[in-house]
Design a protein around this ligand. Sequence first.
Ligand SMILES: C[S@@+](CC[C@H](N)C(=O)[O-])C[C@H]1O[C@@H](n2cnc3c(N)ncnc32)[C@H](O)[C@@H]1O
Ligand code: SF4
Length: 232
Amino acid sequence: MGFKNIIERFSINYAHNTMQKSLYNGLNIDILDKKYVKTPRENTEYMLYAHVPFCHTFCPYCSFHKYHYEQELAKIYFENLREEMRQIKEAGFDFSSLYVGGGTTLINEPELEKTLKLAKDLFSIEDISAESDPNHISPESLSRFDGLIDRLSVGVQSFDNETLKRVGRYEKFGSAEETKRKLEQTLGKIPVISLDLIFNLPNQTKEQLINDINVAKSISPQQITFYPLMKS
Ligand SMILES: C[S@@+](CC[C@H](N)C(=O)[O-])C[C@H]1O[C@@H](n2cnc3c(N)ncnc32)[C@H](O)[C@@H]1O
Ligand code: SF4
C-alpha cells in the first residue's frame, strides 16, 4: 500500500471515529415538551419535511445531520416525530407532499411505515419522497412501502470502485457492479427511482465522471441527480 493510500485510509478512519464519538450521545430526544406555537399563514401552501438522522456508519464527505443508529433511540425519535405531526395538525397546518430525508430513512422500516401512514391520515398528502442507501432497496423491503413511497432517491455517489473505496462506501454498500444490479431490481417497485451521484470528489477524473453518467443512464431510472461535492 502506497503512502498516499495509508494517509487516505487513516483520514477516513479518523473522520469516521471522530464523528461516531461526537455524535453518539449528542441527540436531545426531549424535543416536544413544549406546546407547538406556530400557526399557518393564509393562502400559503406548505410541504412537510421529516428528517431521519440515523446511520450505521458515517461517510467522510457527508454534510447531513445524523447520529449513530441505536434501535431504542430511533424508536423514541420516530414517536416524537409522529407526536410533532399531531401537534402541527392541531395547529391547523396541512401539506400536499412529504419529503423524508436522512440519514438513512429506511433504517427502521416498521417505524418509518407507521410514520408515513400517520402523515397520510393526518394531512392531504399526495406524494411522498424518501432517500435511501443501496443497502435498503431490496424488493422485500420496498414491498412494505408499496403505495406509500412515490419517489425514492438512492445514494450511489459513484459507479467507480476506486472512488467508492476512497469515500468508504465500497465495504458498506458493495461494489459498483453490485449496486447496479440492486438498482435494476428496484426499478418498477416504486413509481419514481432517482439516483444520487456526487461530482468533483477528490481525485475524480473527467473519465470517471463520464463513466458514472453513462452507467447511471444505462440503468434507465426515472431521475438522475448529480450533486457537486459540498464541503462541510
Ligand atoms: C443525505 S444523503 C442520504 C442518502 C443515504 N443515506 C445514502 O448514504 O445513500 C442524500 C444525498 O446527498 C448527497 N450528499 C451527501 N453529502 C454530500 C456532500 N457533502 N456534497 C454533495 N452531496 C452530498 C449524496 O448524494 C447523498 O446520497
Ligand atoms: S451519505 Fe448517507 S449513509 Fe453516509 S453518512 Fe450521509 S446519510 Fe449516512
